[in-house]
Design a protein around this ligand. Structure first.
Ligand code: CTP
Ligand code: CA
Length: 230
């Protein structure tokens, strides 16, 4: 697509994006988290804003500057990210893009005080976190739902499974076993799948900068939003 045509692809749409890792407290000074940098989500936020959307970015703890024109709300735990997502849904949301690497489990009972070093072993019991994107997809006034899947094997099969299980409209997946792309890299390559009712072919987004990939994802969202559903 030509630059001029790209401009305004999401004009007037309200877009909510989750990004970065979540942080799950163990005690007042310690936490469980992961290596997500938030780069992909922040690049998508910037691309959505450039495409004319009103963008709210729900960011876990990352060290990135807020993209120009984007409203950013910082959150820490998965529970806080879900609460804020539900709040944003009430405020109105047309497209929900879940790029966050949400911690799958949180500590069952967060210690009130710093845990003191004692025995040779420490056991921390974990409980499952809510699935944010699946929870939003279950709401009656649901937005167009976009998920992400980073896999190390059976990439397309697992991603297609998540598309159905989480009732998403679209999922973008990448193979994080490839050293040249994903996570901390500035480059990415993805495959996009659409829910069956769209009857749209999967799209391979070739290896490119996260900015370029973000632009292609915006186009995929736009195309699906304007596609006749059965
Ligand atoms: N996701 C979410 N809330 C969670 C876990 C995941 O919103 N508690 C979202 C992610 O933001 C992503 C999609 O679900 O868009 C897929 O995340 P992923 O971690 O790949 O899926 P899981 O269902 O957690 O499966 P697993 O980690 O076992 O592969
Ligand atoms: Ca997970």
């Amino acid at each position: 697509r030509a630059i001029a045509e790209k401009f305004g692809l999401l004009a007037g749409k309200r877009v909510v994006i989750t990004a970065g890792p979540t942080r799950e407290a163990i005690d007042p000074v310690r936490y469980i988290s992961n290596h997500s940098t938030g780069k992909m989500g922040f690049a998508i936020a910037a691309a959505c804003y450039s495409a004319g959307a009103k963008v709210t970015l729900l960011a876990g703890p990352v060290s990135l500057d807020t993209p120009n024109g984007v409203r950013r709300i910082n959150v820490s735990s998965a529970i806080k990210m879900l609460d804020e997502s539900m709040h944003q849904l009430e405020e109105g949301c047309d497209v929900f893009i879940a790029t966050a690497a949400v911690a799958d489990y949180r500590v069952a009972e967060v210690a009130e005080h710093k845990i003191k070093k004692a025995g040779d072993e420490l056991n921390v019991s974990l409980v499952k976190n809510p699935d944010i994107v699946a929870t939003i997809a279950q709401q009656s006034k649901r937005p167009f739902m976009v998920g992400f899947a980073a896999e190390t094997r059976n990439v397309e099969e697992y991603a297609a499974g998540k598309l159905v299980a989480k009732k998403l409209d679209m999922i973008a997946c990448n193979d994080v076993s490839r050293a040249d792309i994903g996570f901390a890299s500035d480059q990415n390559a993805m495959t996009v799948f659409f829910a069956e009712q769209y009857q749209m072919e999967k799209r391979d987004l070739e290896k490119a900068s996260k900015q370029e990939i973000a632009q292609q994802l915006v186009e995929a969202i736009h195309d699906a939003l304007h596609h006749e559903i059965e």
